[in-house]
Design a protein around this ligand. Structure first.
Ligand code: NAP
Length: 312
């Protein structure tokens, strides 16, 4: 499975399918995720300081590096927390992440949100620090790549207007843009933008993140969608496998997450079948611009990427 990679504009490669660690807080769950994941061929792992589990993740990852996998064989992403956007905080933040993950370098360091905020259980500093713009923060991230602390940089949860500013005001093009993408939020505009500018897109929450703590009872559940289930029946695959394959055929990298050994394995078995053109159209037609992650607590922030009226 790890032979399926996409080229990055840095000259290296990113495995198409990855495993995320959001909400995986117990060491035995992280052990399942990495032990079964590596056995099943996953080589791409997604972490973040704001997940508050990088110390435990590092303990587990460290048991594998030099044992079941070499450092060069795996692709590890982490993300800059919203409270560490002030330029003086960036280097200490990445060094803490590297220490926690027990790594010498990251393969990819992403700005988690293009807004400085003090929330998500993060320490608050001087309010002045919240005035820093995502452009200044990104410019400071460039130095981290130049110093070799990360091989590539990028951003999550953004829009094409913000990307335009980064491309015109910064020196290093983002290698990756990580966004929520699934059939209820198909994101054609930013995907096309990134393809035109040689930026790889990573789809997160491809199964609709049914585990998100703020999910409302009445919210649509993609894994239960009639069309998705019908396509699954036709290919004798599960709904989750169809959703992952959909992202792969759109030439995206895609992250899922599971702490269930059968599902970790099942989710890796998405390279032995193909959706046909009709399936792809049916899935694209399910779009309803439904966002599971809209960071509603910061909607009044001037750089909120998904504020009403913004054409993403
Ligand atoms: P996801 O993969 O859409 O959903 C994960 C959920 O689906 C878990 O509750 C999991 O339950 C369940 N699941 C997994 N495989 C399944 C299967 N085969 N059948 C049925 N249910 C299944 O969501 P996600 O965790 O939001 O996204 C993946 C990763 O992307 C995250 O872990 C994180 O690393 C990253 N991410 C990044 C951002 C960002 O802002 N940059 C935001 C969200 C996520 P079990 O664990 O019980 O199997």
């Amino acid at each position: 499975m790890n032979k399926y990679t996409l080229p990055l504009n840095t000259g290296s490669e990113i495995p198409q399918l990855g495993l995320g660690t959001w909400g995986v807080d117990k060491i035995d769950d992280l052990e399942k995720l990495f032990n079964i994941g590596i056995q099943c061929g996953y080589r791409h792992f997604d972490s973040a300081s704001m997940y508050h589990n990088e110390g435990l993740t590092g303990k587990v990852l460290n048991q594998h590096i030099g044992n079941t996998v070499s450092r060069e064989d795996i692709f590890v992403t982490s993300k800059l927390a919203n409270n560490a956007h002030a330029t003086k905080r960036l280097k200490p933040a990445i060094i803490q992440t590297l220490k926690d993950l027990q790594l010498d370098y990251l393969d990819l360091y992403l700005m988690h949100w293009p807004m400085a905020t003090f929330d998500h259980g993060m320490q608050a500093y001087d309010l002045e620090e919240l005035k820093v713009s995502y452009v200044e923060t990104y410019q400071a991230m460039e130095a981290l790549q130049q110093e070799g602390l990360t091989k590539a940089i990028g951003i999550c949860n953004t829009n094409t207007q913000q990307l335009n500013r980064l491309l015109s005001e910064c020196n290093i093009k983002p290698a990756v843009v990580q966004m929520e993408i699934h059939p209820y939020l198909t994101q054609e505009k930013i995907i096309n933008y990134c393809k035109d500018h040689d930026i790889v897109i990573t789809a997160y929450s491809p199964l609709g993140a049914p585990h998100r703590p703020w999910r409302k009872e009445e919210s649509p559940v993609i894994l239960e969608d009639k069309i998705v289930k019908k396509i699954a029946g036709k290919h004798q695959k599960s709904a989750a496998q169809i959703l992952l394959r959909f992202a792969i055929q759109r030439e995206l990298t895609v992250l899922t997450r599971s702490v269930n050994p059968d599902r970790i394995k099942q989710n890796s078995e998405v390279f032995d079948f193909a959706l046909d053109a009709d399936d792809m159209v049916s899935l694209l037609n399910l779009n309803r611009n439904f966002r599971g992650m809209n960071y509603s607590g910061a909607l009044d922030h001037p750089d909120h990427p998904f504020r009403e009226g913004i054409d993403n």
